[in-house]
Every structure is written in structure tokens, then in C-alpha cells.
Write a protein that binds this ligand. Structure first.
Ligand SMILES: *[C@@H]1O[C@H](CO)[C@@H](O)[C@H](O)[C@H]1NC(C)=O
Ligand SMILES: *[C@@H]1O[C@H](CO)[C@@H](O)[C@H](O)[C@H]1NC(C)=O
Ligand SMILES: *[C@@H]1O[C@H](CO)[C@@H](O)[C@H](O)[C@H]1NC(C)=O
Ligand SMILES: *[C@@H]1O[C@H](CO)[C@@H](O)[C@H](O)[C@H]1NC(C)=O
Ligand SMILES: *[C@@H]1O[C@H](CO)[C@@H](O)[C@H](O)[C@H]1NC(C)=O
Ligand SMILES: *[C@@H]1O[C@H](CO)[C@@H](O)[C@H](O)[C@H]1NC(C)=O
Ligand SMILES: *[C@@H]1O[C@H](CO)[C@@H](O)[C@H](O)[C@H]1NC(C)=O
Ligand SMILES: *[C@@H]1O[C@H](CO)[C@@H](O)[C@H](O)[C@H]1NC(C)=O
Ligand SMILES: *[C@@H]1O[C@H](CO)[C@@H](O)[C@H](O)[C@H]1NC(C)=O
Ligand SMILES: *[C@@H]1O[C@H](CO)[C@@H](O)[C@H](O)[C@H]1NC(C)=O
Ligand SMILES: [Fe+2]
Length: 597
């Protein structure tokens, strides 16, 4: 099985190297310097006719390609994608059966039921240990098995596996809910208002799930949670979780272990839906529409179009596949989520139109600045911010490459103004393509172009995998991260066991299989990992030598970042980047260079 995988992927790689197509096989050249400008204009005109904007396929996100060329592109990419996905799915399917068999043996062998809640919860790890070795060869995050009930584990996941629902609360903001002062004192050593005034409070608010109908037999909260920077230790910790459903209970770390753990799972289940849909809107839908505008306005020989074609390799397969096997009626979302697919897509479309579709709003540092996670004008800095720590050097390296690339083709800003295709792209993006919050036309500086291209590369090369394909298999594990609950939320505190609320073995195996089917263990990709992004032979053959040199430097710096990631370990306190688990998701060598899934 393993050998087949390797062979098939080697095949795919050969196809990719050959397929970055060339209309006329020439080197990249700006329209200004093209020796055959008339031919070129005709080719662009053909692109305008052939690539059209079709409906979104998944809710009301950006347009999806149609037209003669658009349909052909989607069909070609879908067929490449399908042959690979079928292989991974068959592996996952076999592994799921193996887990089910193994569990049966365990349950037949055990004569006495678990006695403590810790034992009960740890029983979920039979679903992982020595299982899924092909779909998830690296296993769960180190520390997951032993440390998953710790509060610091839970809170630091907000600063690593998903920092995009978290915001710092400003001193003058109205709090979404209040806690009794004696409760806040017992947890934080100070009062709620002092904590807020000191800029130490953070919120995650999923209360917008409250209006959404749940599917029969499935339940979920619509949690609002507070986190805080501890006035003495400086640790980032959980303060409270309010469910906003049923009895609308407010849980805190002072509750019984069962109650508090249940509250955490309710919160995590909201996070799972949020992050899954965030990745669809904020990475796929945005990168695709910006590229579609480029397909219609720039000739294939345009260096900027060449770069966009490279980073958007196979991207259009994903929304199509999503519409046929994930978000279809009765599909994987309906089977696993508390909300059905059309409900969750409707919710997500509003999020896309208001926030996630907005191009500049989502720039890497701007997002975290706007949400008070870096460079906050009030409150102390976060002691550790693993997502930022790991992703920033990757984005910095991307920017260094893009700067060299842009400068090599545009020695002056003036050339930007003279590039009719480039300008047409910006106009198209702001106009017919309806890219939200895109830099306005006309483009006047290389810096803005570097910002646009760096952001596109961040979306496709790292943000996507940090939240989705690279993360699910290692970090979104049970029992802490169920996608749905299976009992109505309790009407009072004091639950005897968390188990009845959590997925049973059948649902649990389905959940793990679903998440693992997004994993693409990338050492198998051989040339398609993130460090090799700009070293694609076809791209380099057409690029100038400054770009070639910059691509080699990029590969070297990302390979070094990978080594840093692989050297992560626990310190004396059993922490890594301030967390009781080793978060390995953003290891460039393990990430694909493209929107793989
Ligand atoms: C690309 O250019 C090469 C060399 O001129 C040519 O042989 C090949 O057919 C071209 N490929 C495409 C897809 O146009
Ligand atoms: C999609 O959202 C936009 C912006 O809110 C709205 O104008 C448009 O009518 C919506 N389209 C559909 C099909 O719902
Ligand atoms: C487990 O027990 C059930 C019945 O209790 C039996 O049908 C099944 O074969 C047993 N499985 C194994 C693997 O022993
Ligand atoms: C709250 O404070 C921020 C920054 O300190 C300020 O921009 C905002 O206008 C204030 N809001 C209100 C409601 O006073
Ligand atoms: C807080 O005070 C209430 C009564 O006002 C009491 O029931 C509760 O146990 C106290 N909680 C703590 C943590 O002291
Ligand atoms: C999804 O849920 C909504 C709201 O309950 C319902 O109207 C719709 O028919 C459901 N769709 C499917 C395909 O089950
Ligand atoms: C944010 O703060 C860091 C230091 O913590 C600084 O290096 C950086 O320039 C600041 N960024 C912005 C956008 O202000
Ligand atoms: C889990 O619950 C589902 C119903 O929601 C049921 O069909 C299935 O048999 C259960 N699995 C186990 C192992 O109990
Ligand atoms: C760049 O490539 C050209 C040939 O295409 C070569 O003549 C030139 O020396 C190269 N420049 C550098 C700096 O390597
Ligand atoms: C986390 O788990 C590892 C073992 O998996 C252990 O070495 C480490 O001390 C734990 N950290 C904490 C804070 O408990
Ligand atoms: Fe994806």
C-alpha cells in the first residue's frame, strides 16, 4: 500500500512539473517588452472569453470558474486531484476498519468498566495509539495523551491550532457576560473589571451559532469564552465558558473536573466548525478569485500570472470535490457536524461577505494587530504566541522571495504604471471579480504588489495547512475535540460522566477518518513540499536568474525553519513554546506547497 502511494505521488509530481503550461513556451516577459504584442493581446482576449465567473458552488462565496477554458481547467485539476484523493481515502477507510476491530478486542477483554473520569477519557486514545499509521504516520501532538486535560493545554490551543477566533477585550468594551467577583478572584487573584482595565482579558465568541438549527440527535453549544493573562504568572489561561444554549450555564475551572471538561469539549466543537469553514472562506475562496481575475487579464507569459499559476496549482479541484462529497446532502458534513451542510454554508457565506473574504483585512500581521494579539496598545504582550512564532518566519521568507522576484521584473515603480496587463488585473479584481477589500486601481508601487503576492502565498502555502490539512490529524483529537455532541446539553452542573455527550466509537472513528482524510503526509510529496515552492522546474526555466537565485535561497531558509521545528522539545517545566504539547504543524518540510485539499 505504502509503495503504491509513493509511486502514484511520484507520477503526479512528474505531471505537475510538465503541466505548468506555456502558450508559446517563452520566458516570462512584461507586455511592454513582448516582441509580439499583437499576438499577445489576442491570447489575452481569448482568456477573457474562455474564463468566466460561475456560481460559487459552496454557499455564497467568491465566483467559481466556468466558460470553455474555465471548465477545462477545473476538469483537468479535478482529475489530478481525484486519483490522489481516492488513494488516501482508501487508506483511511481500511485503517478505520482496523481501529474498529481493535476496539472490539479491547472491549471484549475488559471486564470492569472504567472507574475514574480520567480513565474514561483516556479510553479514547485506544482510537489513536498504533493506528492510522499510513494516513497519519507522525501521530498526535507530543503531550496529547498525557496533558490534554490541563487548562494550559486548552488555552494555548487558542494561540496555536486556531488563533483566528480570539480577540483581546479593550478596557472600554461591554463584556458579553459577567462573572461573580468571588469566582473571578479565586481564578485570577483580581476582579473582572480590574482584569479588563489592565487589558488582560480575551474573548472567543461563537454565539452566532445560536440561531442555527441542529440536526436531529446532534447537539452543540454556541459558546462564548473568556481567557486571560494571569496577573502574576503571565500565563494565558481560560477563565469561563458560557454555553448560550439550553440552561445557558457558565462553566469555570472551579467546577468539577467532569463539568469543566464537558464545557471545554462544547467550546472545541464550535471551534472545529469555525476553523474548518474559516479555512474554506479565507484561503480557498479568496485565493481563487484573485487568480481568476489574473487568468482573464494577463497573458501566460506574464511573470505575475506565472507566479499565481504556480501557487494555485490544482486549486480548483477542491471546491468541486467539496460540493460533491463534503457539503452534499447526506455527505460528510451532514454525517459529522451538528449543523447540516446548507446551514453551515449559509452561516459561512455571511462570514465571507463581512470579514473573511476581505483581502487586506486578512493580511497576516494586520489581523493579529487588529485583534490585539500583537502590538496591542493596551495590556501586556502575550508571553508565547506559537502560531505567530512559527508562521512569521515563513511569511518573512515568502516576502523576501517575492520582493526579489518583483524587483527583478520591475526595476522601477514606473514600470508598474506602464504594465497594462497588471493594471487590468487590479481593475478586474476590484470590478467584475468582486474581490472584497482589494488594493484599489491603479497600482502605483511595487510595495503594494509585494503585499498582494505575499498574502496570496501565505494563504495558499501556509495558512491553509496551518489550519486544515496539516493540523487535523495531529491536533484535533478526541476526547477534547468532538465535532458534535450526542446528548442534549445538561440543565444543571454535576454530570456524572462526560461520555454520554461525546461521540460513541462509531461516530469517533468517523470523525477521525474524516479529519485524517485531509492529511497529506508531505515527506511523500518529494518536491512538492513548501521549501520547494518556487523551485518548480517549469517556473524556473521561464524565470530570470534573479528569481532563480531567490528561489534557491527560499528553499534553504525554509529547510532551516523545518529543522528548528523538528528540534522542538519540552523544557524543564514540560512545556514547548509555553504549551504542554509540542505543536509541529507548521513544519515546512511536512507542508505541501499548494492548496492540496
Ligand atoms: C511548451 O514549450 C515547449 C518547448 O517549446 C513545447 O515543446 C511544448 O509543446 C510547450 N507546451 C505547451 C503545453 O504548450
Ligand atoms: C451574496 O452576497 C452578496 C453580498 O452580501 C449579495 O449581494 C448577493 O445577493 C448574495 N448572493 C446570493 C446568491 O445570495
Ligand atoms: C467480541 O464479542 C462479540 C460478542 O460479545 C463477538 O461477536 C465478537 O466476535 C468478539 N470479537 C472479538 C474480536 O473477539
Ligand atoms: C474604546 O477604546 C478604543 C481604543 O482605546 C477606541 O478606539 C474606541 O473608540 C473606544 N470605544 C468606545 C465605545 O469608547
Ligand atoms: C461565591 O459566592 C457565592 C455566594 O454569593 C457562593 O455560593 C459561591 O460558592 C462562592 N464561590 C466561590 C468560588 O467562592
Ligand atoms: C438543513 O437544515 C435546514 C434547517 O433545519 C433545513 O431547512 C434543510 O432542509 C436541511 N437540509 C438538508 C439537505 O437536510
Ligand atoms: C510589532 O511589534 C514588534 C515588536 O514586538 C515590532 O518589531 C514590529 O515592528 C511591530 N509591528 C508593527 C506592525 O507595528
Ligand atoms: C453510535 O450511535 C449510533 C447512533 O447515533 C449507532 O447507530 C451506533 O451503532 C452507535 N455505535 C456504537 C459503537 O455504539
Ligand atoms: C543571467 O543569465 C544570463 C543568460 O540568460 C547570463 O548571461 C547572465 O550572466 C546571468 N546573470 C547572472 C548574474 O547570473
Ligand atoms: C506533557 O507531557 C509530556 C509527556 O508526554 C511530559 O514529559 C511533560 O512533562 C508534560 N508537561 C506537563 C506540563 O505536564
Ligand atoms: Fe482546504
Amino acid at each position: 500500500m505504502y509503495l503504491t502511494t509513493l509511486l502514484l505521488l511520484a507520477n503526479i509530481y512528474t505531471t505537475i512539473s510538465a503541466q505548468t503550461s506555456n502558450d508559446s513556451s517563452s520566458s516570462y516577459v512584461l507586455p511592454l517588452y513582448d516582441p509580439a504584442p499583437l499576438d499577445r493581446r489576442q491570447r489575452v482576449a481569448k482568456n477573457q472569453q474562455g474564463y468566466l465567473y460561475g456560481e460559487s458552488l459552496l454557499g455564497n462565496l467568491s465566483f467559481f470558474p466556468t466558460g470553455q477554458l474555465g471548465d477545462a481547467l477545473v476538469a483537468k485539476e479535478a482529475s489530478l486531484w481525484t486519483s490522489e484523493a481516492e488513494l488516501f481515502e482508501s487508506i483511511v477507510h481500511l485503517e478505520a476498519q482496523e481501529v474498529a476491530t481493535a476496539l472490539l478486542k479491547v472491549s471484549n477483554a475488559s471486564t470492569t468498566p472504567s472507574t475514574s473520569s480520567t480513565q474514561e477519557l483516556a479510553s479514547f486514545f485506544a482510537l489513536y495509539r498504533n493506528q492510522w499509521q499510513d494516513s497519519n504516520p507522525d501521530g498526535l501532538d507530543v503531550g496529547a495523551y498525557t496533558n490534554f486535560t490541563q487548562d494550559l493545554y486548552f488555552s494555548m490551543e487558542r494561540l496555536s491550532v486556531n488563533p483566528f477566533s480570539l480577540s483581546r477585550i479593550s478596557p472600554n468594551q461591554t463584556l458579553p457576560f459577567k462573572l461573580a467577583n468571588n469566582v473571578t478572584m479565586a481564578i485570577t487573584g483580581t476582579t473582572l473589571s480590574k482584569l479588563q482595565l489592565a487589558g488582560r482579558m480575551f474573548v472567543v465568541d461563537h454565539s452566532d451559532f445560536a440561531d442555527l438549527p441542529r440536526q436531529p440527535g446532534k447537539y452543540s453549544a454556541s459558546s462564548t469564552a473568556f481567557f486571560f493573562i494571569h496577573p502574576e504568572s503571565g500565563d494565558f489561561l481560560p477563565l469561563a465558558i458560557k454555553t448560550n444554549e439550553g440552561a445557558d450555564l457558565i462553566y469555570t475551572p472551579l467546577d468539577s473536573a467532569n463539568d469543566w471538561f464537558l464545557a471545554k469539549t462544547l467550546f472545541e466543537s464550535n471551534e472545529a466548525v469555525f476553523v474548518d469553514m474559516f479555512h474554506l472562506s479565507a484561503t480557498h475562496a479568496v485565493a481563487e478569485i484573485v487568480h481568476q481575475a489574473a487568468l482573464r487579464t494577463m497573458a501566460d507569459q506574464h511573470p505575475i500570472r506565472g507566479l499565481l499559476d504556480l501557487i494555485m496549482y490544482r486549486a480548483y479541484a477542491v471546491r468541486l470535490a467539496g460540493s460533491t462529497s463534503l457539503f452534499n446532502a447526506g455527505g460528510l458534513v451532514d454525517q459529522n457536524f451538528a449543523f447540516n451542510a446548507s446551514t453551515v454554508l449559509g452561516w459561512n457565506s455571511r462570514l465571507y461577505q463581512n470579514v473573511l473574504g476581505r483581502f487586506q483585512t486578512n493580511y497576516f500581521e494586520r489581523w493579529f494587530t487588529d485583534h490585539g494579539l500583537i502590538n496591542s496598545s493596551y495590556g501586556p504582550a502575550l508571553t508565547h504566541f506559537p502560531f505567530y512564532e512559527d508562521v512569521k518566519p515563513v511569511v518573512d521568507s515568502m516576502r523576501v522571495f517575492i520582493e526579489a522576484f518583483v524587483r527583478s521584473y520591475y526595476p522601477t515603480d514606473d514600470l508598474i504604471s506602464q504594465d497594462t496587463e497588471l493594471q487590468a488585473w487590479i481593475v478586474e479584481a476590484n470590478g467584475p471579480a468582486q474581490v472584497l477589500d482589494f488594493p484599489p486601481a491603479p497600482l502605483t508601487s511595487r510595495t503594494t504588489l509585494v503585499d498582494i503576492l505575499t498574502h496570496m502565498t501565505y494563504l495558499t502555502g501556509v495558512l491553509h495547512h496551518a489550519l486544515n490539512s496539516g493540523a487535523y490529524a495531529a491536533s484535533w483529537h478526541l476526547p477534547l475535540h468532538p465535532i458534535a455532541h450526542y446528548q442534549p446539553l445538561p440543565t444543571s452542573k454535576g454530570v456524572k460522566s462526560v461520555l454520554p455527550f461525546l461521540p460513541n466509537a462509531t461516530h469517533a472513528i468517523n470523525q477521525i477518518a474524516l479529519l485524517n482524510s485531509f492529511n497529506r503526509p508531505s515527506y511523500k510529496y518529494d518536491g512538492l513540499n513548501l521549501p520547494a515552492l518556487f523551485s518548480n522546474p517549469t517556473f524556473l526555466a521561464r524565470a530570470n536568474n534573479d528569481t532563480q537565485a531567490a528561489a534557491a535561497r527560499f528553499q534553504t531558509s525554509l529547510t532551516k525553519l523545518s529543522a528548528v521545528n523538528q528540534a522542538k522539545s519540552f523544557d524543564r517545566d514540560g512545556l514547548s513554546q509555553g504549551m504542554p504539547f509540542i505543536w509541529r504543524t507548521v513544519d515546512p518540510m511536512r507542508l505541501p506547497s499548494f492548496l492540496s485539499m
